[in-house]
Design a protein around this ligand. Structure first.
Ligand code: URA
Length: 215
C-alpha cells in the first residue's frame, strides 16, 4: 500500500488497529483486515466486514465477492492500484453474521481515520452497512441506489454488495450485477472528473485525535 504524509498518521492508526481489542470481534478474528489498494487513490470502496478468506489473508475482498469486484472493476478500467478498498468493520464476525451496532461503533474511528487520510473524491458503498454508515440514515441499498450523496466534499455512490449479485436476482427489472456495472461506469467518470487532492492543512486535528484513539 502506498502512503503519503497527511494530517492523519495513518500508519500509527493502522498499527493501533492491528492489536485492537475495542470489541468482541477481536476474540475470534485471525487478523485485522485493514485495507487494500492505494490509499492515495481518488476512490474508496467500502464493504461490510471481512469473511473467512479475508480473515485468513488479512486483505479485504479476496474471496468470491472480491473476485467478482475485481472483474467488474477491470471491465470499467479500474483495478486495485487505482482504488482503495476497506470495510466498515475490520474484523470478521463469527460465522459471517452481520456486524452488530456496537461493533460498528467500536470500529468507526478506524474508517473515519481512513476517510480523513484519503479525502477521496468518490466513495462507493457496497451494500446496506456501508451505505448506512456513510449516509447516517437507516436507508436500505435498494432505496439508496441510483442516488448520489455527499460526504465532506466527496460523492457517495451506493451500490449493491457483490455478494448480492452472486446470489442473483434483480432490482426494478435490472439484474444486480448489471446495476453494479452501471454504477461502476458512473464511478469511473466521476474519478476522471475529480481534481487532484488538495494538500492537507497541517494544523488540522487528526481524526484519530478528535476521536480519542490514542488515549
Ligand atoms: N464482504 C465484505 O463486505 N467485505 C469483505 O472484505 C469480503 C466480503
Amino acid at each position: 500500500m502506498q502512503l503519503s504524509g497527511g494530517p492523519v498518521d495513518i500508519e500509527s492508526v493502522r498499527s493501533q488497529a492491528a492489536s485492537c481489542t475495542r470489541c468482541r470481534l477481536s476474540e475470534s478474528r485471525t487478523q485485522v483486515v485493514w485495507a487494500a489498494g492505494n490509499l492515495n487513490a481518488q476512490v474508496l470502496f467500502i464493504g461490510e466486514a471481512p469473511g473467512f478468506h479475508e480473515d485468513q489473508q488479512g486483505l479485504p475482498f479476496v474471496g468470491a465477492s472480491g473476485q467478482l469486484l475485481d472483474r467488474l472493476l477491470a471491465e470499467v478500467g479500474l483495478d486495485r492500484s487505482s482504488v482503495a478498498i476497506t470495510n466498515v468493520v475490520k474484523c470478521r464476525p463469527p460465522g459471517n453474521r452481520d456486524p452488530l451496532p456496537d461493533e460498528i461503533e467500536s470500529c468507526r474511528p478506524y474508517l473515519e481515520a481512513q476517510l480523513e487520510y484519503m479525502r477521496p473524491a468518490v466513495i462507493v458503498t457496497l451494500g446496506n452497512f456501508a451505505t448506512r454508515f456513510m449516509i447516517g440514515e437507516p436507508i436500505g441499498i435498494t432505496k439508496a441506489r441510483g442516488r448520489l450523496f455527499r460526504y465532506r466534499g466527496a460523492t457517495v455512490v451506493p451500490t449493491f454488495h457483490p455478494a448480492a449479485a452472486l446470489r442473483g436476482g434483480s432490482d426494478g427489472g435490472v439484474p444486480r450485477i448489471d446495476a453494479i456495472r452501471q454504477d461502476l461506469a458512473a464511478v469511473k467518470s466521476l474519478v476522471e472528473q475529480a481534481r487532484p487532492r488538495p494538500p492537507a492543512a497541517p494544523s488540522a486535528p487528526t481524526a484519530a485525535e478528535q476521536l480519542g484513539l490514542f488515549r
